[in-house]
Design a protein around this ligand. Structure first.
Ligand code: SAM
Ligand code: DTB
Ligand code: SF4
Length: 364
C-alpha cells in the first residue's frame, strides 16, 4: 500500500476532478478496493439534540435564528430521550450516532455536562459516538474524549475564499483551530463540506486541499449536497447534478484513501443508480434515518432495500479504532475551566444573508 500523500495542490486535485468520467471512476474504485471492503458501508444516525435558535449566519442553515424557516426550536434533549433514539438506531443497523447541536460554540456548564453524559450513555451501548457542537476548546475536547467520544464533526464547508461568501460570524481559521483542539485528544476528526452553494469547482478543490493536507487526514469526510431550505439565503440555489456529486466523491476517495467518505445531505434527491455510482466511486458511509437534523432523508427501510439490491453490508462499530473507554463524571480528571475563547467575528457583509435577515424581520 502506498504512503498517503499530504501535499496535494489545487491543480493536482482539479486534474483529478476533471478527468474523463470513466477514468476517474476506475481510478477511484481501484484506490477504494486497496484500502476498504467495497461491499461495506458505514451507517450513521443523526440526532439533533438541540435544534434551532442558532446565533450564527451560515447561509445554508435552516437553524440560524436570524432567518425565517419552518424549523421549530427545541431545548437540549434529555439523556433518556437520547438513549431511546440511540437504541432505535442500533436496532436498525447503525454503528454510529452523531449528535448535533445548533450552537456557535460549546459553553461550559450544565448543558455541556448533560452532553458528556449522553456521550457516556451511547458509548456504553457499544456504538461509536460523534458530536457536532460548534467550536470547542482543547479542554472541552479532552472532556469529550474522557467521556468516550469516538469522533468530532466540524466541517470546513467550502474553500477558505468561498467561506467568506457564506458565513460572516466566524472565520475559516476558527474551524481549523477547533479541528486542531480535537487533534490533541484521541478523538478522531470528521470534517467535510457542502457542494451546490454557488461555489466554483476551484472552491471544491480548495476545500479538498485544506482537508487532505491535514496530517493525519480526517477519519471521515462528509460530502453534503446543499439542501436549499426556504427562508435561508441559499434558498434559490439550483440543485447540483449527480455527476458533480460522483466527481466530488471520487476525487475525495483518491486523495484521501483511508478516509470514510460519507454520502451525506441530499440523498433524497438522488436515485438508487446515482447513489450506486457514488458507492462505486468510493463513498462508504451514509446518514440513515428519515431525518438529517431538520430536513428529510430517505426512509431507513428503503436504504436497507438499496443495500440488499447492491449487496452492501452495514459496517460493524470499532473496526478502525478500538472503543474508547468511558470515565464517569465523578472520576474525571478534567474540570470546566469557564474559558472565554476569542473566536473571530469578521462580521463582513454578505448581501444575500442580509436580504434573508431583513425578509425574516418582516415575516416575524
Ligand atoms: N452548529 C454546529 C456547526 O455548525 O459546526 C453543528 C451543526 S451544523 C448543522 C453541521 C453541518 O451541517 C454544517 O457544517 C453543514 O456542513 C451541514 N449543513 C447544515 N445545513 C445544511 C444544508 N442545508 N444542506 C447541507 N448541509 C448542511
Ligand atoms: C454533516 O456533514 N452533515 C450532517 C452532519 N454532518 C451534522 C448535517 C446535515 C444537515 C442538513 C440540514 C438539516 O437537516 O438541517
Ligand atoms: Fe448554527 Fe451550525 Fe447552523 Fe451555522 S451550521 S447556523 S453554526 S447550527
Amino acid at each position: 500500500m502506498s504512503e498517503t500523500k499530504h501535499n496535494w495542490t489545487k491543480e493536482e486535485i482539479l486534474n483529478i476532478y476533471n478527468k474523463p468520467l470513466m477514468e476517474l471512476l476506475y481510478e477511484a474504485a481501484t484506490v477504494h478496493r486497496l484500502h476498504h471492503d467495497p461491499n461495506t458501508v458505514q451507517v450513521s444516525t443523526l440526532l439533533s439534540i438541540k435544534t434551532g435558535g442558532c446565533p450564527e449566519d451560515c447561509g445554508y442553515c435552516p437553524q440560524a435564528a436570524r432567518y425565517h424557516t419552518n424549523v421549530e426550536g427545541n431545548d437540549l434533549m434529555s439523556v433518556q430521550q437520547v438513549k431511546a433514539q440511540a437504541l432505535r438506531a442500533k436496532s436498525s443497523g447503525s454503528s454510529r450516532v452523531c449528535m448535533g447541536a445548533a450552537w456557535r460554540n460549546v459553553k461550559d456548564g450544565e448543558e455541556f455536562d448533560q452532553v458528556l453524559e449522553m456521550v457516556r450513555t451511547i458509548n456504553k451501548l457499544d456504538m461509536e459516538v460523534c458530536c457536532t457542537l460548534g467550536m470547542i476548546t482543547e479542554n472541552q475536547a479532552q472532556r469529550l474524549a474522557e467521556a468516550g467520544l469516538y469522533a468530532y464533526n466540524h466541517n470546513l464547508d467550502s474553500s477558505e475564499e468561498y467561506y467568506k461568501e457564506v458565513i460572516s460570524t466566524r472565520g475559516f481559521e476558527d474551524r481549523l483551530e477547533t479541528i486542531d483542539n480535537v487533534r490533541k485528544t484521541n478523538v478522531t476528526v470528521c470534517s467535510g463540506g457542502i457542494i451546490g452553494m454557488g461555489e466554483k469547482v476551484e472552491d471544491r478543490a480548495g476545500m479538498l486541499v485544506a482537508l487532505s493536507t491535514l496530517n493525519p487526514q480526517p477519519e471521515s469526510v462528509p460530502i453534503n449536497a446543499l439542501v436549499a431550505v426556504e427562508g435561508t439565503p441559499l434558498e434559490d440555489q439550483e440543485p447540483i447534478s449527480i455527476w458533480d456529486m460522483i466527481r466530488m466523491v471520487a476525487t475525495t476517495r483518491i486523495i484521501m484513501p483511508e478516509t470514510q467518505v460519507r454520502l451525506s445531505a441530499g440523498r433524497t434527491e438522488m436515485t438508487r443508480e446515482g447513489q450506486a455510482m457514488c458507492f462505486f466511486a468510493g463513498a462508504n458511509s451514509i446518514f440513515a434515518g428519515d431525518k438529517l437534523l431538520t430536513t428529510p432523508n430517505p426512509d431507513v427501510n428503503e436504504d436497507m432495500k438499496m443495500f440488499e439490491l447492491l449487496g452492501l453490508n452495514a459496517q460493524k462499530p470499532f473496526i478502525k479504532k478500538m472503543q474508547p473507554e468511558t470515565v464517569e463524571a465523578t472520576d474525571s480528571k478534567y474540570q470546566a475551566l469557564g474559558e472565554k475563547p476569542k473566536w473571530t467575528r469578521p462580521e463582513h457583509t454578505i448581501e444575500r444573508n442580509e436580504v434573508a435577515k431583513q425578509k425574516a424581520k418582516v415575516v416575524k
